[in-house]
Design a protein around this ligand. Sequence first.
Ligand code: DX5
Ligand code: ZN
Length: 215
Amino acid sequence: MALIAPSILSANFLKLSNDIHMINESQADWFHLDVMDGRFVPNISFGFPVIAAIKKEARKTLDVHLMIEEPGKYAEEFRNAGADILSVHIEACPHLHRNLQQIKSLGMQAGVAINPHTPVQHMFDVLHDIDVVCMMSVNPGFGGQKFIAHTIEKIKTLKAEIVRRGLSTLIEIDGGVTLENASSIIAAGADVLVAGNTVFSTSDPSDTIAKLKAM
Ligand code: DX5
Ligand code: ZN
């Protein structure tokens, strides 16, 4: 049974309170919040004021996925806005170890997000410092894209390394997760499923979360 992290990117921003309440009452485990800067990815989403507002109503872990350049500049502000887990992209961090230490020293759990083209082996030397690997199974920037099949192999490779070293690092899969592919993603070794379109495009999002949870 995986942890489920609905992505707010696909929520109704005009009635965000309703969707936050729905997630609070559902079997979801985390809120997944996608921050985009229009530079690291070709899209802009939301930032501090929206996260701080969500924090006031959310009763579950805030999992903040930064798709931004120079994330270290803003880590403290994201902590102040309410982030519990802060993920930075390995492709945006030439000094990744320093970023991880900074995030932990601010009292958050440290996540590393990784693009589809980046080998998972690139994070092995800091794996023991990573609480959550946010493995992208689409190219980051947009919700509602198709799952990239090769991700399954990457999950297996990463899981084998985590098990071999006896680490507690969680593998989170982000992008294109559906009711059809969720079980094979979990079977490959995923611990956390992000779901945006799959949850919010259905008439009963809470029931869809329950179905994902039961996989
Ligand atoms: C994509 C984001 C994802 C996105 C997932 O850049 O990181 O979190 O919201 O959306 P779906 O589940 O619709 O692919
Ligand atoms: Zn994300």
